[in-house]
Design a protein. Structure first.
Length: 266
């Protein structure tokens, strides 16, 4: 039995199948971890979402910002952007079933010495606190009142965490950190507009994983930052290697950290 973590898919269904062939994935014993952003920008979001839902028993996933964008668009809170490729899902006869299943997924997963999140964790959060905060947002997402979450999710402020934020601010900061953050200051202020590479980070900010943080004894598996690319250190495995942009789709076997990649040039 092996556990493979795979980077952002973003509707790239064929590369996923090719990568699963490359790693000789066996659903009878192996498991997949998916770091979020299952859909959007790529060509086959509907087919990919159906495939993952069907494989649900062997897959652990966390939601990314594009997955939440799909849910909010379907709820009428957001609108499709020019480069979105989500219309096929919204038009599908099983749309409601797929989106109901998607709303039940996690924002954060902890297992053994690993934790998985789409974007990152604020430096003040322990693993235990992050798990509690994620569950708070997940409960809002999974409840019948999920529109409250969607109506308060957008916005870059506040850009830091306080334990006594009201519910709307708490949910926004939790979602922003776990699905959108790339960089922050040493005291935990996020710059959510930044999307560049390591060389272009604005002054005063650091990659969130380079800031001294209370979660650094756990290895974080994440995605989201395609300009960073595959980035592996002792306590970080960042897997967004830009498949949707024609680069690679990456898997790592967590038991021995062996890396597998499929070229997504097409």
């Amino acid at each position: 039995m092996a556990t493979y973590a795979i980077g952002d898919l973003q509707g790239c269904y064929t590369p996923l199948l090719k990568l699963l062939d490359l790693i000789r994935f066996d659903p009878a014993g192996d498991r997949l971890w998916l770091v979020g952003d299952l859909v959007n920008r790529g060509p086959d979001s509907l087919q990919l979402l159906r495939f993952i839902k069907q494989m649900n028993s062997v897959i652990t996933l966390v939601l990314g910002n594009h997955d939440l964008h799909l849910l909010m668009t379907a709820a009428g809170i957001s609108r499709l952007h020019r480069n979105d490729t989500l219309q096929s899902i919204l038009d599908a006869p099983d749309c409601d079933e797929l989106l109901s299943w998607l709303r039940q997924q996690k924002l954060f997963h902890v297992e053994g010495s690993y934790a998985m999140v789409h974007a990152g964790l604020l430096p003040s959060w322990t693993i235990e606190q992050a798990a509690e905060l994620a569950q708070e947002a997940e409960s809002a997402l999974q409840s019948d009142q999920y529109r409250f979450l969607f109506e308060h999710i957008y916005g870059n402020e506040p850009d830091y965490w306080l334990d006594d934020w009201d519910q709307a601010r708490r949910l926004r900061v939790i979602i922003n950190a776990m699905t959108r953050m790339r960089v922050c200051t040493p005291d935990g202020r996020m710059n959510l507009a930044f999307k560049g590479n390591l060389q272009s980070i604005p002054g005063g900010y650091l990659p969130w994983f380079d800031v001294p943080r209370h979660s650094q004894d756990t290895t974080i598996v994440c995605g989201h930052w395609s300009a960073l690319g595959l980035h592996i250190t002792a306590n970080l495995i960042a897997l967004d290697s830009g498949c949707v942009w024609g680069r690679q789709l990456t898997a790592i076997r967590l038991e021995d950290r062996k890396v597998f990649q499929f070229s997504c040039v097409e």
